[in-house]
Structure formats: C-alpha cells, structure tokens
Design a protein around this ligand. Structure first.
Ligand SMILES: NC(=O)c1ccc[n+]([C@@H]2O[C@H](COP(=O)([O-])OP(=O)(O)OC[C@H]3O[C@@H](n4cnc5c(N)ncnc54)[C@H](OP(=O)(O)O)[C@@H]3O)[C@@H](O)[C@H]2O)c1
Length: 322
C-alpha cells in the first residue's frame, strides 16, 4: 500500500509517499480501504518530530479516515466486509489501508458522502468528549470556544448551538467572525483587537470554555469563567507552561481540565465513539450540523495540505483524498 511517512522530521517537504506492506487485522481489529483522511494540527507537530505516536501506534500520519472494511480480525462482530465507515485513529490514516480497533469504527452518518465523512471523527469525538462528557455543557449554558473558525471550532459552535447553548467564539479576522456567527455563535470576538474577558463579563462569564491556546490564555480564561465554570484545555498553540490563579479559581469554585484524545486507552476511545454515534450522528443526519471542509488534496499533495494548515488561512477541515 502507499502511505505517508516522515523519514526525517522537518517542514512539509519532509513528508514522503512510499510503499509499505499491507497491514493485517489482529483480534478485535479491522482493516479499511481508506477513501479519505483529514489533516490535524497534531500531524504537523508529529511531522516536525514534536509529537511521537503513542506506544503501539502506526508511524504513518493520520488520526482519522473514512473508507470500506477490507478484512475483519478474530472476535469482531457487527461489521461486514464492504461496510462504509469512518474511524478515529491513533495514527495510520494517510495511507491506502489502515488497521482500526473495532471500537473506533463509526457508521457514516446518513446523508454524508463517504469521502466527506473523513472530516468528522476527530472533531466530533474531541468536542463531545471535552465539552459534553468532561465539562457537562447543558442547554442554556454559556460556552466560549477559541479558534471558532478552525476544524474543532466550527464543529463545536454548531454542536453546542444545536444542543441549546449560548455560544461565543474567538476568531482572527472579520471573515472568520462572520463564519462563526453563521454557524450559530451569538457573538464572535476578534482575538486580535477585542478582549474576550470583557465580552463575556456582561453575561456572567462562560460556564464552559474550550481552549486551544494553553499558557497564553490561561489567566484570561480563568477570568472569563463563570462561577463553577469549567475550562477545558485541548491545545498548546500559545505555550505549555502558565501560571494558574488559584485564588480566582477557588473563589469561583471553578475547574481546569486538560485532555488528549490520542493518548486515551482504546476502551475510552470506544466509549467516546459510541456516545458520538448516539448523540451527535442524529444531528448530522438531520442536517443540523456538518463538518466544514475548506479544501481537498490528493495524497501525493500532502505537503500542500500541511502548508495550508500552517498558513492559518483555512477555515474548518482540510481533507486528503486517498
Ligand atoms: N487534545 C486533543 O485531544 C485535541 C484533539 C484535536 C485537536 N486538538 C487541538 O485543538 C486545536 C484546534 O485544532 P484544529 O484541528 O481545529 O486546528 P485548526 O483548524 O488549525 O485551528 C486552529 C485555530 O487556532 C486559532 N487561533 C490561532 N491563534 C489564536 C489566538 N491567539 N486566539 C484564539 N484562537 C487562535 C485559529 O483561529 P484563526 O484561524 O481565526 O486565526 C484557528 O481557528 C489545536 O491546538 C489542536 O492541536 C486537540
């Protein structure tokens, strides 16, 4: 099979399409013929040598894909060869074939094209696991998502607003602010010239914040939390080490949570995928929410796909057609 590897860490030019042996499914695994994958920020970090795959995961890049089941391992029930699926991966998606633990398979939501379904697993699982399972955002709750025009952000806005939350989002340009509002945000905040703490103050702060900036926003995120609010950090685009204002946290009886989806055990990933199929897929099938796809690239043009992500000019997801 053809697959994308990184023999020497570096820029997008270090991505190499090569031939690798076809994979075979172990117990409780299937192998997919991949139709499409999608680019995630973590892939760019892995390419640069900063984010090694977890133990046992493929060296091939790619945290999600869609495709058809090619072969089935011992003990797998409920799925058949030829089934069209999408999957959450610990790696291996930028390839013609990939091994998937059966719990990380999800059906393609009704009405979604098989290739476009590759844009759904990471955003749906990340947003559901963090905003709803970990932080418990409830209907009527106030939600702030940073980077509202990105892959995670576009999905988080739609899902939170479809489930009845009041949504606020940050974005870096007027066009991106408009997109956030079109997707369901009550107010989009330009992070370049507005202070999200001040915007959230009149509404009593955010009950849940989904943060991609880490250290750079830690102090202001705590300030922007409502009483008993929950800050969930999923990214470190603004640095890894920050100072936590424990006094404010304590007075607000607030919580700071940080998670990584990729590092979770397969049992947790399976529980998240099952919850996504139960709670999120019906909203996708009803046309209430969808993955926003900015651009599509062939596997051979994977370097251009990474260059686009690193330019920051994209909105939503970047697909790789395999
Ligand atoms: N922990 C996990 O399990 C997990 C899983 C998936 C993703 N993530 C993380 O989630 C983050 C978003 O991922 P993605 O796939 O959505 O990437 P993406 O599409 O590249 O989005 C990145 C976002 O960062 C925003 N941004 C840049 N500077 C900002 C600032 N100063 N303030 C607020 N926002 C800013 C960008 O906003 P503009 O475009 O408007 O400038 C953009 O929306 C990444 O950090 C990724 O690593 C974590």
């Amino acid at each position: 099979m053809r697959a994308v590897v990184v023999p020497t860490p570096g820029g997008p030019e270090s991505l190499v399409v090569t031939d690798l042996p076809d994979p075979h499914p172990g117990p409780d695994e299937v192998v997919l013929d991949v139709v499409a994958s999608a680019v995630n920020r973590a892939d760019t970090l892995q390419r640069m040598g900063f984010y090694p795959p977890p133990p046992g995961a493929s060296d091939v890049l790619g945290l999600e894909c869609s495709g058809r089941i090619r072969s089935i391992g011992e003990g797998v029930t409920g799925w058949s060869v030829g089934d069209e699926v999408c999957a959450l991966l610990a790696g291996g998606g930028y390839a013609e074939q990939v091994v998937v633990p059966v719990g990380q398979l999800m059906p393609v939501p009704a009405g979604v094209a098989l290739d476009q379904a590759a844009a759904l697993p990471e955003v749906a699982c990340t947003v559901w696991a963090n905003v709803f399972m970990a932080a418990g955002l409830a209907p009527g709750g106030t939600f702030l998502v940073h980077g509202g025009a990105g892959g995670i952000g576009t999905f988080a806005i739609q899902l939170a607003s479809a489930l009845g939350a009041r949504v606020f989002a940050t974005a870096g340009s007027a066009d991106k602010q408009e997109l956030c509002v079109r997707l369901g945000a009550e107010r989009a905040i330009n992070y370049r010239d507005e202070d999200f703490v001040e915007v959230l103050r009149p509404v009593g702060g955010a009950e849940v914040i989904l943060d991609n900036m880490g250290a750079a926003y830690l102090e202001r995120n705590v300030q922007a939390l409502a009483t008993e609010g929950r800050l969930v950090i999923i990214g470190m685009q603004g640095g890894t080490r920050g100072e936590l204002d424990i006094a404010t946290l304590l007075t607000k009886r607030a919580a700071v949570i940080a998670t990584s989806l990729r590092a979770r055990p397969t049992t947790q990933k399976a529980a998240i995928c099952a919850a996504v199929v139960e709670h999120v897929w019906p909203l996708v099938a009803d046309g209430k929410i969808d993955a926003v796809v900015d651009a599509e690239f062939a596997l051979d043009d994977v370097a251009a796909a990474h260059t686009l992500m690193e330019s920051g000019t994209h909105t939503g997801k970047i697909l790789l057609r395999v």
